[in-house]
Every structure is written in structure tokens, then in C-alpha cells.
Design a protein around this ligand. Sequence first.
Ligand code: DLL
Length: 434
Amino acid sequence: MSKSTTPHVAAQIDPAGVSLGELHALQLQRLQWTINHAYANVELYRRKFDEVGVSPSDLRALEDIRRFPFTTKSDLRETYPFGMFAVPMSQVSRIHASSGTTGRPTVVGYTRGDLDRWADLLARSLHASGVRAGMKVHNAYGYGLFTGGLGAHAGIERLGATVIPMSGGQTARQVQLIRDFEPDAIMCTPSYLLAIADVMEKEGFDPSATSLKVAILGAEPWTNEMRHEIERRWGIDAVDIYGLSEVMGPGVATESARTKDGPHVWEDHFLPEVIDGESGAALHDGAWGELVFTSLTKEAFPVIRYRTRDLTRLLPGTAFPAMRRIEKITGRNDDMIILRGVNLFPTQIEELVMGIETLTPHFILELRREGRMDSLTVRIERHPDLERGVCESAAAVLQQRIKVHIGTTVEVRLAEPGELPRSDGKYKRVYDHR
Ligand code: DLL
């Protein structure tokens, strides 16, 4: 094992003030360190680099990253559980894992230094979202192997704010603590914040009358329409936070509450690329494709060109001018439904649902196969305060808009209030019975 301490880590930058030249110089130093570190200490990287005939010394400029092979989820499965760790276990302070819907979980590790940088980046993210030292933050991301709860927790403390470590679930309890502890900010998934609003309203309280001013929401795809719905019901700013376990956890990229124009990638720690998902070719900024990350400062679990399967594009920085933004992520390769030749993402339907006031935001998608034909049913809860006839016409409008905007015929069926499952974290929207 070669020495694993990250050089240049001490070089703290001001994310809002750093120049592009300074950032690129720092990225190159850190990238060279990362490539060397991964090659020297992780057998899979050594093998993959050797197979295509590249070595760490080939990396002389940032663009040279394109010569290196991609890393995928199946590489992580192949080396399960700890084969991708680049430091001895004695230096690993914490392990997280993402459940994964099928098969083995993805396991990731952090050194003391990694945890320290993660807390710093989360604190930076919270600050960008408008949270300040001295505020109270209700943390309803799940604690445990999921990176959301503990990741956010450390960042809240690092910022000097007060953390309320509620975790996910127990929605009635969430409502009580929000009313009694009067937090300024809340962190959870967007679907869960809507589920909390529902329970609050059912108990006769108005979500927009609470102390909350801002919500830092992520861990699942969501649309700007969903943002508006959340902001309207809660009377708050809803800000997007993005991340994934393999690359760190929450806080890889965050939106500024001032601009709300898509998450800024913290480029002093992560080098983003967007590629064509089919050919693997690198795309220029502005083009849509699959998001890929190379870590720049991670010791225990460096990732080289990790394919996220998330679909977006890179945009110029605004609130943090040197750091590029990603367009709000509304879909993953894995979520795409192919229905009789038409590709659609659940968030496209979410967008249309949120545009019809007489509908509730509670819907699921059911896929079935009848004979050779695939069919999609949108089951959506009717509004508890409106007459059935009004809800039925709203459902018909939705069906029509899906036909016009997405180009496919689906069935829209009303469900009774409270009938459909509620979110308590990442919401499962699609049920594939084929
Ligand atoms: O979900 C980390 C996280 C926790 C992010 C809390 C934000 C807040 P994983 O469980 O590994 O990690 O899932 C990562 O979730 O590849 C995206 O598909 C999706 N995702 C995460 N944040 C967003 C977001 C956490 N803001 C996967 N918008 C990612 C859209 C998101 N999708």
C-alpha cells in the first residue's frame, strides 16, 4: 500500500471567489494524485488501466481523463464488499451501503479525512441553501447505512447549526417535532415532505404556518413543478441537493437558494463529465447525456469516471461562477419506461400532474402486459375536498395531456384519499407487473 494521505487537501478555496485558472490548477494536481492513488492501491483500477494501456503518467492535462476507462456499478459488485477500498481497513473510519433494488448492496468507505471533507462540503451546501450557524435543522433523511442521514448530520454540525436527528418515518412524530421544536430548515426527500404536509393538514395544521423557511431536498428525481407545489404548500424555499453514495453521498452538488437554477458541482472535489450513454463518447458542455464523476480528494474510495446513470447536462456556473451546474436531474437511465416504443420518465408525468390544480400529487404507475401489448395505468388519489365529478374530469384532462405531451395512451384511474402508499424516503413510483 502506498502512502494514502491526500496532498493539497489543505488548499481550501473560496467556492464563490475562485478563478477558473486556480480551480483548474487545483483539479489537475488532485486528479493526478487520485489516478496514482487508485492505480497503486486498487487492483481493479490497475487491471482496467493496464487492459487499455494507460498509466497514471499519461495524465498531463484535465482532458486526459478521457483516456481512462469508466467504472460502473458492476465493477463495484464484482469487488464486493471491500475490494475497491484504496486504504487498509485500519484507516477506514466508516462504511455506508446503498440497498440497491436487486442483488448485492454497493459498499463504500471513508477515512477520517474523507469524513472531514464530506462534512465541510455539506456545510458549504447548506450555506448555499440559505442555512446559517445558529439555525435549527430538522434532519429527516434516514440514519443508518444510507448516506443521507449521517452525511447531512455531520454537515449541519460543521456549519454550527443545531441538528435535530429525527431520521425518516414516523410521520406523525415528524409533525409534532416540527411544531414543537420550531426548526428553520428541514432535510428530507421531496416526496416525503409532501407526505408530511398531508399528515399535518389532516391533523388540522397549516404547513405554511410553521417556523420552516427552507427545505434541502434530494435523493430522488423531482421536477420544478414539484418544487412549486412544495413551496406553495409550505411557504418556504425548496432547494435541490444531489449526490450518490459511490461518489460521496449528499453534497456532491447543491443549488443556491438565490438562483435555484440547478445544483452546482463542487468541482474542487469532483470532476464531472457528461457522456453519450450508448457510445461512451465525451459530450461538450450543454449536451444532454449520462453524468460521470471522478473524485479528486477521496482516500478510502476513489472513483475514476464513475457512470452514475443519471441524465442531465453541464451548464456554466452562476452563484459560484467557476463551478459548473447540472440541470436539475429528472431521470435516470434505469427509470426510463419504454411503453410501446415511446420512452418516458415518471417525472414527465409528475410535471403534468402538478400542472392540474384539482389533482393530488399522490400517484403511482403500474405497468402490465396484456397479450403482446404493454399498458400503463396512472393511479392517482382523488382530492379529499372535491366532488367526485370534478376529480373525474381532472383525471380525464391528465389522460389527454399525457397523450398530447408524451405521445402515448395511458389509463388514468382515481384512487381513494389515503389509499396509495406514502413516501418515507425515496419514493417507489413504478410497479412493473410485466
Ligand atoms: O441518495 C445521496 C443523497 C442523500 C443525495 C440525500 C441527496 C440527499 P444513493 O442512495 O446512492 O445516494 O442514491 C443516489 O439518487 O444517482 C440519483 O439517481 C438519485 N438522486 C440523488 N439526489 C438527487 C437529486 C443518495 N437531487 C441516486 N435529484 C443518484 C435527482 C437524485 N436524483
